[in-house]
Design a protein around this ligand. Structure first.
Ligand SMILES: Nc1nc2c(ncn2[C@@H]2O[C@H](COP(=O)(O)OP(=O)(O)OP(=O)(O)O)[C@@H](O)[C@H]2O)c(=O)[nH]1
Length: 393
């Protein structure tokens, strides 16, 4: 599957940068292109400069709202993020069209944090413009939800998240939810964590996107998971997880594969990997609430057997009794079994409900503040009416 990836705001741009890294790896290690266009959009010029892999030109690192924000962000005011996105949306659309293999892409993926100003304000607006222009291509969004301490101490984090979640859900074919808090690793500074978190957010897409793009018959699975399968699965609120188990030995291509005991241990490893994927989902949900699910098993061809695939299938059916389940296998790698799981069309997500309920009381407070700010600015404007200006009319 091929994605056009657009990151908005600081978190979104860094996540897009991570996609640029896995795309580069797919090209060099597998001769596969999974992201024919990767863009970062921000109101903060310094954040754009700090990216490492997205092409360093103004068509891929797109500064919006330059005149309004002076290139310094919108300071968590998501209404301002939305306003500058409305004004500069054409700039973004024109840049997307310039991607070399734009028409080969199967879908768009837009990424942002829900709590900031630029990303959370602009993602619904840019999504809407893209959808209007390319209604036939699926559009997915990926939202990084704030850390627990931000939710508790910064009212804007909850309010922005609620507004962003509602707006993005209304326009996206699927919304991937990422709980930053779930990725926090103890004993590590936040700075280190952020780049590690972004890596963990994006890495699961590597095999998922590559599997259907393989041209080499050696790496084409018995049941290929292609763009069609993924598109059929992705819908509404969605989460994903990724787990693996080391095969704990170097892969020996001459080893017999019909040894009963070995198969049992492979099946066990497959289950271990799926267990990790399910318990490490990007956001805690109840799998029973999923209406659709998909999983991909990646392992050396000789390690994949019918036993394991059947067991995994049965287990998945038990976990997600209400879901239409699709699956595939990808004979790749040498020393581990990986399992990618996506749970989609979730009928309930507690965290989303919490953001909505947290924000109800904040709506009048934030609206009142906006009115007060507007009134003060109008007062200053009024007072300056008779003061001469040096600007040309
Ligand atoms: N996963 C992830 N979260 C991040 C990253 N950077 C910031 N965040 C989180 O994103 C939220 C802040 O949003 P940012 O993306 O920094 O803000 P922005 O969209 O650039 O908006 P402004 O800074 O207000 O202009 C907070 O919840 C941070 O914890 C990142 O690189 N990855």
């Amino acid at each position: 599957m091929k994605l056009i990836v657009v990151g908005l705001g600081q978190a979104g741009s860094r996540i897009a940068d991570e996609f640029a890294r896995i795309n580069k790896r797919a090209k060099s290690q597998r001769n596969i292109e999974i992201c024919p266009g990767i863009f970062a959009v921000n109101t903060d010029a310094a954040d754009l400069t700090g990216l490492t892999t997205i092409e360093p030109d103004y068509q891929h690192r797109i500064l919006i709202g330059g005149r309004k924000t002076g290139g310094h962000g919108v300071g968590k005011i998501n209404e301002l993020g939305a306003e500058v996105a409305r004004a500069d949306a054409d700039k973004v659309i024109d840049a997307l069209r310039s991607a070399r293999h734009f028409y080969e892409a199967d879908a768009f993926l837009l990424a942002a944090s829900s709590a900031g100003g630029t990303g959370s304000g602009s993602i619904p607006i840019i999504a809407q413009r893209i959808k209007e222009r390319y209604p036939e291509k699926p559009l997915y969004t990926l939202l990084a939800l704030p850390f627990e301490h931000e939710r508790e101490t910064e009212e804007r984090a909850s309010y922005n998240s609620a507004v962003c979640l509602k707006s993005v859900y209304g326009i996206s074919d699927c919304v991937f939810l990422i709980d930053n808090q779930r990725y926090v690793m103890k004993d590590s500074s936040l700075g280190n964590n952020i780049s590690r978190i972004n890596e963990m957010i994006v890495e699961p897409f590597y095999d998922l996107l590559c599997a259907g793009e393989e041209k080499n018959p050696r790496f084409i699975g018995a049941k290929t998971l292609d763009a069609g399968d993924i598109i059929q699965t992705l819908s509404g609120w969605s989460v994903y997880g990724w787990g693996h188990a080391d095969l704990n030995k170097s892969f020996n291509p001459f080893e017999r594969s019909n040894d009963f005991r070995k198969k049992t241990s492979e099946t066990h490893k497959g289950i271990q990997a799926m267990d990790e994927a399910i318990s490490e989902m990007s956001l805690r949900v109840n799998p029973k609430d999923a209406g659709r699910a998909i999983y991909l098993v990646t392992a050396p061809a000789k390690e994949m057997n019918m036993d394991m695939m059947r067991e995994l299938n049965e287990w998945m059916r038990e976990l997600c009794p209400n879901a239409i389940i699709r699956n595939g296998d990808y004979p790749r790698g040498t020393s581990r079994i990986s399992v990618n799981v996506i749970l989609s069309e979730l009928s309930d997500v507690e965290k989303v409900r919490n953001f909505y309920s947290d924000s109800i009381d904040l709506i009048p407070v934030i609206k009142q503040r906006q009115v007060e700010l507007r009134n003060k600015l109008d007062d200053i404007d009024d007072m300056s009416k008779d003061i001469p200006s040096l600007l040309e009319e």
